[in-house]
Design a protein around this ligand. Structure first.
Ligand code: CA
Length: 251
């Protein structure tokens, strides 16, 4: 980013009027390699009563986010070495679920999608307004560190909704679009009994007759792919109620 862009970003990021309502202080980690912008953000947040630390590299960011319970992380995408997406993916893999707000240099769709798929919670394109940054951070901090895995796991089953891929252990499975949708519904609520009607409502459009046995048919297809070849019985029939995905030993 050149000097002009720095100036623009800094002007746009200048702290606005203090919010009229009081709120709890947030502890914030700012990950930004441009010293001027990092300093400005830290000062602005500090003046609003939010203790703020700055990391200038991805490695520092991961180390600090693991050792301190931040309420929110402001994460620049364009960092030297590991970029912001990689940092966020690593944090999620390490079971750190602090809400992440990405700062994207460009307001490109690919960046926004990449950020959310990497486990981020929100994004803001540079140059941004400081009051908007504050408002978004407050919204994120209210949610707290909720575990929101980008890859779903039940036993040895793994499903990546963004990449549209499924594995049983190391074996990648070839599912049809409908089978994939149905399995995702099960994997989002492992152990819960789902009725045929619930499964129909989530996986099929209104054109389907609700008394049809389409759910039973697709559950059979799924079992042929996710269970039978592996000697597993993870997709259980609960007589008179519906189906349930469980995590039997060894599967
Ligand atoms: Ca940067």
């Amino acid at each position: 980013m050149g000097a002009d862009a720095d100036e623009r970003t800094m002007r746009a990021a200048a702290p606005g009027p203090r919010a009229a309502t009081t709120m709890h202080a947030m502890r914030v980690l700012v990950v930004e390699d441009e010293p001027k912008l990092a300093g400005l953000l830290a000062r602005g947040l500090g003046e609003e009563g939010h203790p703020t630390d700055v990391a200038t590299t991805g490695n520092d960011a991961v180390w600090m986010a693991r050792s301190t319970p931040y309420d929110a992380i402001v994460l620049d995408v364009m960092l030297p070495g590991r970029d912001g997406f990689e940092v966020c993916r690593e944090l999620r893999a390490l079971d750190v679920w602090t809400p992440v707000l990405f700062l994207t240099a460009r307001d490109a769709v690919a960046d926004r999608v990449g950020g959310l798929d990497a486990g981020g919670d929100d994004y803001l394109a540079k140059p941004f307004s400081f009051p908007e940054l504050l408002a978004r951070l407050r919204a994120l901090a209210r949610r707290g560190p909720v575990r929101r895995p980008t890859v779903l796991e039940v036993g040895s089953l793994r499903l990546d909704p963004a990449a549209h891929r499924v594995w049983r252990g190391d074996t990648e499975l070839d599912l049809s679009a409908k089978e994939f949708t149905l399995l995702e519904v099960f994997m989002r609520q492992p152990g819960k009994v789902l009725s045929r009607l619930e499964l129909l409502e989530r996986g099929w459009d209104m054109a389907y007759e609700t008394r049809s046995n389409v759910v039973d048919v697709y559950v059979r297809y799924l079992r042929e792919k996710i269970d039978r070849p592996f000697g597993c019985h993870s997709l259980e029939t609960v007589r008179g109620v519906g189906y349930r995905l469980r995590e039997p030993p060894g599967c």
